[in-house]
Design a protein. Sequence first.
Length: 133
Amino acid sequence: MSVKDVFDVDMRQDEQLWAVLREAFFSITELESMASYFTLHASRKLDYSDPIVSSALLNAHMASTGSFDLLPEDKRQDRWSKGATDPEKRAALAALWSATARSETETKKKKRLKEWNKERDWQVRFVKDKAGL
């Protein structure tokens, strides 16, 4: 199975990202680099005066640096980390929290979902580009 095969499957983008952000497809260095870049990309567009946004971005940063123990227990998103190596967790959790931080900049539910999806679209394009697709 390849990255292209995963993205060709009809499932949610967050599940596709979880499936491809693996050492089977990317090196440890690439995964850690992507984790940092996801956080950096989201941080450029945020309203830091909102404590929810700041919290989500802090979670993304902690995930990208592998500081999983610093994440609040109810925020660790265990489904992303089961059976995953630390670099895989860094990439998947940083992507998740970066999208969350971006979506929390919008107060209306429909706009939040649109911003979440917009960030996820960017993340998928970024990962596909890294995979040479």
